[in-house]
Write a protein that binds this ligand. Sequence first.
Ligand SMILES: Cc1cc2nc3c(=O)[nH]c(=O)nc-3n(C[C@H](O)[C@H](O)[C@H](O)COP(=O)(O)OP(=O)(O)OC[C@H]3O[C@@H](n4cnc5c(N)ncnc54)[C@H](O)[C@@H]3O)c2cc1C
Length: 563
Amino acid sequence: MATLNVISIIGISLTIISITNKKQYDHQNVENINILNVKNRKFDYIVVGAGAAGAIVAYRLADEAGSTVLLLEAGGPQNLYNDIPALQDKDEYAVQNWKYPTNESNQIAGGRVFGGSSAINSMNYYRESPEYYRLWTEITGLSEWTFDKVLPYFLKSENNLDHKLVAENSGYHRTGGRVTVTSSESNAMMKHLMIGAEMLGHKKTFGDGREPMGAAVLQNTIDTNRSRVSTEKAFLENNKLKNFKIFGNSMVTKVIFNNQKQATGVEFSRYGRKYRVFANKEVILSAGSIGSSKLLMLSGVGPRDHLKQFEIPVVADLNVGHNFVFPLIAIITFDIINQSMVEPPTETIDHLIDYYIRHTGPLGYNQSTIICFPEQAYSQSYPELSNGCLLARTGLVNNRMTLFAIAVVRRPKTTGRIELVSNDPFKAPVAKTCTVCDSTDVDKMVKVFKSIIQLYTSPYMRQFIQFNPIGGGCTPCAGDNYSCDDYLRCIVKKYTSPALSMGGCRIGVSPETGAVVDKTFRVFGVQRLRVIDSSIIPVPTEQGMTISMMIGEYGSHTVINGF
Ligand SMILES: Cc1cc2nc3c(=O)[nH]c(=O)nc-3n(C[C@H](O)[C@H](O)[C@H](O)COP(=O)(O)OP(=O)(O)OC[C@H]3O[C@@H](n4cnc5c(N)ncnc54)[C@H](O)[C@@H]3O)c2cc1C
């Protein structure tokens, strides 16, 4: 009885805090809604999308440049589930996820909430290697995107609280920015995995991506209270800037252009009412790779024939939605033999008390280990650009703790396209993908699985885990052989999917090269319109958050300095 009472008190308290949290933006901003219709009430900048990049862009323009800024976000505020790292896969996130459809009946996740995908993602803080940016400059023809040139923008927002690491890597990491990053103690399973990897000769590396080949425990955007640090928390929460207005539940439906093809404002819908709002200087799209492509096309910026299909008047004929890139993933699971080795992240009263009062316990951790296999490099001319990696995590499956093996092909040959299905802004676009159409991608994924199985079934790891066959019509080879080509090829073809999305508005030197924005993030063929988010990325990676935050810093610096 006493326990029940405690549970109900905690339940009620959590609900109250959650509701209070949910309300904070509405309280702050609802009173301002009418001013949007007042003549002459203009903002210098309108930023669309409060995600990993957009929250930073809007904040910096308001804070550093002192500009008047309106930030419009389709989703609402975060709730308590977003804070708790181990509850990332909760159903409660469903309403905060766009679940963009693909033509292959997959869904591509994307945050529809303040903080965007940084509020629902795995929080791994990873920057990719200098070679990644070398490939980026090669594809785009822009020398502005080498590792050395983007590094200051990573550093600008970084508040890395692993002081030893910062001291040993001065120039590469720092403390003092707005995004808190921490290292955490590995759980027993992850410790064994690291030992197993080292025994097979995998070099132990630091996990920021600078030296990708090898094994590393990743740092996370989690604070010292073990609470997620999204860009909402880092840049928007408790905003006191008078020149910075933030509206949630505001779905932007169109960019408004004048006769000179200048973007003058946007239309948006909030609680069923339509609004038009105008910008003195610029409109900046940070709606994520699918969101920004969709919005451009709805506004008349996109491939001419595609827009004509939906009777959308063409403002600029550009390859919007093309060069949509994504890493591929496929997951197999291994049972942890001794279930007491890793505590499950369940919402028991003990775990909640540990989490909220002692800031410890399994709810506060979401640990990922990454192992990139040197034999799976991108190409001979890019020996340090990893292309085949393992992302390992523990988690609950059917009430048993499991070691996940997420096989990743980071830079597959396959690419896709974002297309409209209608001129109705409330209809989701489709991501046209052909996930396992390129045989070299399938071969690559099979090889990645072989490298993973070699590690997971090594004599050292066999003490702790056993393979958990997925079935699904894939039969092992003779002698229950689960690492033969035929079995793995079947698994790969059935279970591979795009992990997440980037590209669609690639950055580059000219529209003739397929680029949508120039090196200053300006959309070609129109004026006063930029795209600053993951849609400009030319080379896929499964770790887009840190890079999108860097893009937000780079982009806002570019705008503020008048480039
Ligand atoms: C489940 C998951 C796990 C991930 N794990 C990691 C990880 O551990 N580490 C990592 O580095 N990366 C990870 N990523 C990727 C990373 O989060 C994204 O690459 C990054 O957040 C993209 O940033 P963005 O600013 O381009 O878009 P987002 O962060 O997605 O922000 C776009 C925002 O625009 C809003 N928006 C869209 N359309 C409109 C509109 N019409 N009107 C108003 N607002 C609109 C959206 O609601 C959203 O808030 C993960 C992604 C997902 C989905």
